[in-house]
Design a protein around this ligand. Structure first.
Ligand code: SF4
Length: 58
């Protein structure tokens, strides 16, 4: 997934989650972008010119 240029792999993307009645969290199919301003984005939206890959640990 990391080499795909979509919003989900961008450092400016914030993933949204949903919680079920048992308190378990699940990843949504969307989130929001914080750069240069907040806006909703689907996880698999095609990356824009502001795309920067997320830094990976290690
Ligand atoms: S809209 Fe652009 S800057 Fe925002 S998360 Fe998607 S690729 Fe990154």
């Amino acid at each position: 997934m990391e080499d795909k240029h979509i919003c989900q792999t961008c450092k400016h993307f914030r993933q949204h989650y949903t919680k079920d009645t048992l308190g378990r969290y699940f990843m949504c199919g969307s989130g929001h972008c914080v750069y240069p301003r907040r806006k909703p984005r689907y996880n698999d939206a095609k990356a824009c010119e502001n795309y920067r890959p997320k830094e990976t640990a290690g």
